[in-house]
Every structure is written in structure tokens, then in C-alpha cells.
Write a protein of this length. Sequence first.
Length: 503
Amino acid sequence: MGRLPERDTRAGATNSRFKWRPSNALIAVIFILIFTIGPYLAFTGHVPFTSYGYQLRATFSNGVNIATNSPVRIAGVDVGRVISTERDGDATTVTFTVEGKGRPVHDDAFAAIRPRIFLEGNFFIDLSPGSPSAPELGSNDTIPVSRTSTWVQIDEVLTALQAPVRADLSHLLESYGTALTHKPTAAEDVGQLPEVHGKSGAEGLNGGLRYGGDAGRYSAQVTNALLGTEPGDLSRLVAGTSRTFAALAQNEEDLKGLISNFEILTGALAAQSANLTTTVHRLAPTLQNFHSSLVSLNQALPPLRAWAIEMTPAVAEFPALIEAGKPWLAQVRPLLSGREAGGTARLLREATPGLAGAAQAGKAVALPQLNRISLCASRVLVPTGNQVINDRFSTGQPNYREFLYTLADFSGWGQNFDGNGPFLRVQPGGGNILVEQKNPNGNLSTDKRDYAHTIAEPLGTQPQLGGRPPKKPDVRCDSNPVPDVNGGLGQVGAASPSRVAGQ
């Protein structure tokens, strides 16, 4: 480089200046940079010596020819670019960037390769960022093949439909058409349901549509349940199924045994085809009744839940109860042994037949007599004992209690003879009043009377002594009336004849 003198052509100019000009070498370097770095930036979209930022990897099941720098879109909006692709057999691992407007990308994200042009040619990655409840993927994390999908290309379809496959497909369609239009013979109708006798396959399918409404409704309920309750539940189910099949693939021998056993099971089911047909035929009303049962169960669950909540404190006490019951169990174990309660139970078991026979034999004799005795006690004896004797010595208590009081008094009289109780006070004989009493069975006097002297004049006799009541063995006790202890002979009777001594 250098400066060349330049003359000032303006009028009156007397000085000169130098004008700058780049050298040929500098011009060559600029052209080289423009024709090398420019195309690189245009085709890669990446500035050298800078980081791509947040990157993710996704593994696809086949090698779709997705190019570097292909867009990554979320809901149709570009959020990143493809950095690189790596083939591993039929699988392809694609590394791509995600800008800040496309984040966060969660652990249950889903990636699909889709064509950008209807007739194919260019592809892009359609990224679903996943559910907000799932954790976010870190930079350089990989979306597994279980959560990716690829676009099936026309050449892959044509490759699968080779001549043998097309022939088999044609044969399948012809056989299917024959099955729909074929009228079964009487021999072919043997073992089939009466509803389909003499009907072609198409007619049978049309008849099956009568059940399609209920079946479709129930299938819709099952499909809706498979979606889960939170976003991403179905994708997690698919991922879990993928892990299950991967585990099965790692145990091929066990899987072979499972398939062999399943073949034996299906053979046994085929041998019972008639019973299975009857079972399936009766399945519809069974499911209807089962639905009613489930409705009732659903109505019972809220009270059951409330009961379970109320039982929570009691359940919390169970460990302490069990711990406290261990000593009791230690005592009960020997008690229930053969030498203790076990032996008693054995003796009772041996005595039970005899007791049962005695009870059976006593039904005709003992029970009626016991019933009569009970009626006699409840209708005659108990009401009689509950009456109060109204005399000058009355305590105001039922007479059965006065009888018990008398027994207690007798006990007190007996204590006099050992020096611990009161004296039995009796009125000694004597006085100038002579009393007498008839004694037909006596033999101490010629006139069959007993005589004694008393101090005071007798007031009378209560209750009065009457004759012996008649004995009527043919009359039931409970049919007798309740006697009145205060009437008739229960009143005070005339005093015994008496006279003053010496008269």
C-alpha cells in the first residue's frame, strides 16, 4: 500500500493530498472470505466457534433422509434446526437445537418426522413438548424411539408389496368376498347359533350391528379411560408397554415357554368351543347385571370411605393392642391345649350325642312338666308370695320376705347357745288363767284336751286353723285362683276358751 500524490484542481489550490487505495493482496483475502465463509453460513446457519446452546437428541426407527439444517417445529412454529444425523443400522439418531421460545421440553415429549412437501422431498421434526407435570429434559438428553415416529414413504410401501405379497393380498380379498356372500349348508350350520343359520357372512355382520350401539358405547368408555386423567398418561402407558416388551425380548426362552403354554391353553379352549359359545351368548345379560352391581358399589363407596376415615384412629391403635395382647395369647395357648380346654372340648364332644338324645327324649315328658311348674309358679305361687299380710305384726313387706326374715330370726336364736347372740325370749308358764286346746290325738288326758296357765288373756288366733284342703291331682296348679291371705281364715279368730284358775 502507498499514497499517490494528487493535485488539487480547484481554483486557487496550492497544496496536494494523498488518496488511500487497498492493495491487491487485501482484495484477494476479502474475496476468499466472501466465497468460503458466506456459503458455509448460508448452508449451515451456524457461526463457527460458537455453541449451539440447548440441544436434544431423538432416535427414530428407520433411516428417513432428513437433512441437516431441517427445521424443528412446535405447533407449526420454527423453534430450532437439525444439527446432525447418525445412522445405527436401521435406526437414526438426530441431534437438533431448541430455542428459548420452544422450551421447556419435558421428559414425555414426542417427536415425529413429517414431510414438508405433499409429494415428499424435504422433512421437518414435529416436536410435542410433553405435559407440564413431567420434568424438563436436560441439554443433550435423548428422546427414546418409543416416543418417536417417522413418515412412511411411498417406496417403502411399494417395497413391501412384492409379487408374492400382492398375490397373497389378492387371494385374501377374494376369500373375504366369498366369505361375505357364501350361503352356509346345513352341515356348516351345525354348532352355530340359531340366529345365523342359513345366513351369509354379510348378513351375519349386519345382524351383529344390532349390538354395535352398546358395544361402541362401552368401547368408547374403555378408550376414554385409556387416555388417563392427566395429559401424557397415554404416552406413559405406551412407554411402559415398550419397556415391558423390551424386557420380554431379553428373556426369549421364557417367552418361548409362554407362547407354548398359550398354545396349549388355546387348544383346551378350542376343545370347549360349544361351552364357550354358550358362555359368550350369556355374557350380555351377565354384563348388564354386573353393571347394576357396579352402580350399587359406586353408591356404597362414599359411606365406605367415610367409615374408613373414622376407622383410621382405631387402626392406629392396633399395634399397641396387639402388643398388649401378646401376654394374653401366651396364656391362652396352654389353656387351649389338649390338657386344658382341648380336653374339655373333647369330653363335651363325646357327651353331646347323649345330651342330644336326652333332650330329644325329654321334649315329650320333661318340657311339658317344666312348663306346667313354671306356669304354677308365675300364676299362683309368685302372686301369693307377693301379698302383704295385714295384721298387728305386719312389716308392710310381701309375705315371702317375712318368711325369710323368720329364717334369719331363727338363726339369731341359735346364736344364743354359743354366747354370741341375743336370748330367745319366751313367756314362761304360770299365772292364774287356765287355757285349753283340743287335741284329738293327745293321750295325756281323758277328754282329749291340752291345758296350760298364762298370765294374760289370749286375744285370738291368726291365721285361723282350718281343715286340710282337698287333694285334686287331676287339676293343674296354674288353673287355681290366687288365694287371699287377708280374707276368711286370714282374719283374727276367736280366742281359746279360758277360765281363771280355781273357778
